[in-house]
Design a binder for this molecule. Structure first.
Ligand code: SAM
Length: 204
């Protein structure tokens, strides 16, 4: 998996690659996927959701490591917990929100088993996590129809919101960088995420 990220996708940040070596992806998927857990593909995790493709996780993580050595990160869409575990391994203070109770419970168990100090919350992540704000970076791992304002409001000075925005088929990974009262927007690559469902996302 790490060679694919390095050679095929050009992920060059050694910190990120080392985190992928340390965090065992098979522990975040059902045993029926263990033989293929290190392939570059998403897998079902139940409740019609997926663990993201490793490249996608590495891509989003690299945006964070490029700009922040340390800091507090909010993830929206805990899913399997793998992305949060990678960020935790990198030394960030990680908060993560999941809207599906079953996935929230599963992630809670795996974080406890692996002794990962990750703050996990059940709820609608389109509203952020105001009690824990502000965040140096917010990473959304589900596709949004537009940018949730609550998330922009919970960014620290010099904070970045990394979020796939588009329709339910394809989204453009966007970066919103807050500097004072100004938000700078950068468009990056195209991805295909499951929908971000909530008050400031897609309707149920
Ligand atoms: N980051 C995950 C991982 O490492 O496995 C993959 C995330 S999966 C592609 C998207 C997740 O976002 C799903 O678990 C879904 O339930 C969750 N989600 C969708 N809308 C949400 C919302 N408003 N708040 C919190 N989680 C949400």
């Amino acid at each position: 998996m790490v060679e694919t990220l390095r050679v095929d996708y050009g992920i060059s940040d050694e910190r990120v690659l080392q985190a992928f070596l340390k965090v065992k992806r098979h522990l975040f998927v059902d045993t029926m996927f263990w033989d293929s857990a290190y392939e570059d593909s998403p897998f079902p995790i139940g409740s019609n959701q997926t663990i993201s493709q490793p490249y996608t996780v590495a891509y989003m993580t690299s945006i964070i490591t490029k700009h922040y050595q340390t800091g507090k990160i909010l993830e929206i869409g805990t899913g399997s917990g793998f992305q949060a575990a990678i960020l935790c391994e990198l030394g960030y203070r990680v908060c993560t929100v999941e809207r599906i109770d079953l996935l929230y419970q599963k992630a809670k168990r795996i974080f406890e088993q692996l002794r990962l100090r990750i703050a996990l919350r059940y709820g609608d992540g389109t509203l952020g996590w105001s009690e824990m704000a502000p965040f140096d970076a917010i990473i959304v791992t589900a596709g949004a129809p537009s940018v949730p304002h609550s998330l922009l409001e919970q960014l620290n000075e010099d904070g970045r919101l990394i979020i796939p925005v588009g329709d339910t088929e394809r989204q453009r990974m966007m970066i919103y960088h807050r500097q004072g009262d100004t938000i700078y927007e950068t468009k990056t690559n195209t991805f295909a995420f499951v929908p971000l469902i909530g008050r400031e996302g897609w309707n149920k």
